[in-house]
Write a protein that binds this ligand. Sequence first.
Ligand SMILES: *Cc1c(COP(=O)(O)O)cnc(C)c1O
Length: 364
Amino acid sequence: MKVEFNLLDRQYERHQQEYNEAVIRVLKSGRYILGNEVKAFEEEYAMWHGMNYCVGVNSGLDALTLAIRALDIQPLDEVIVPANTYIASVMGITLNGAIPVFVEPDEYYNIDVTKIEAAITKNTTAILVVHLYGQIADMIEIMEIARKYNLSVIEDCAQSHGAQLNGQKAGTFGDVGCFSFFPTKNLGAFGDAGAILTNDKSLADKVLMLRNYGSKAKYYNEFVGMNSRMDEMQAALLRVKLKQIEVLLEERIQLANKYMDNINNDKIILPKVKKDESSHVFHLFIIQTEHRDHLQEFLARNGIKTQIHYPIPPHLAECYIDLNHKEGDFPITEKGARQVLSLPLYYGMEELEVEYVINVLNSY
Ligand SMILES: *Cc1c(COP(=O)(O)O)cnc(C)c1O
């Protein structure tokens, strides 16, 4: 049997008719940028979160970059960020000239809240939280710290659409929630797209302008902005998927639970999930093992594709040599980078495929 890491066409096929209709509708509308589809998606996405404002942009990285810019975070300000994240979280900070200050993760792979205060200095202006792999971080504690030190909070929700803490969704705790709709994400477009969520009207207005050359009225430019507009086609397609999202997420969680309940091998460490069932939407299913490369080869020989999220932590990335970090600075993060392995998990994955992966893992 062969098991791919992801098969995006399976989710297309399931609602093929509706996706096709959405595309045709946009093609026939004659309006391809900043039209009714983007507006409707923004409203629907905000409503799904019970938030006032959503602004669609071109990618998750742009959502982070523009959100940080709109919060008026200045060059050389320090922004606290988990050391174990996808590098885009860090780039959102450094593209604004601010300085990332890394904090190690806890056993849930999210920022260790007990280590945040020690990282705060007089130059700290924000905390960028990442709900990594789909599990929501300790937002109650993080918001308390942020209030105590008067810091902005940006949530990177690229992996956590719909994850909840006490019934409240990721992206609604801080000043701004940043989302990616990259095709493989839990809510994925058919190309690049992203969005920010906020209840702060002036922040939403500012991102609205920044995504469109810093302008609200045509040819009147208040800021030096970017071109980061979500396009009509992606918005129309995302609206189709957003209608199915609860069912899709539930399916994903069921597949993940099957892994959780049935993988049984002393050499393999399973993810830790908080008690609240809805806290984890399993964007990725991460196992850890000391024999990671060996296990990955073993799985590959048995037809199972896996990936590593992520092999090089941002503080050791070549592009961040100037931050002057070295191996050993964040040992928990570095150990994770050597040991984590992501199993196949995607919409439309069949039970038989999950069972096959489980059997092969248990035979290792
Ligand atoms: C995917 C991802 C991003 C970036 O999203 P893009 O749409 O690819 O720019 C940012 N942060 C995290 C944690 C991600 O997983």
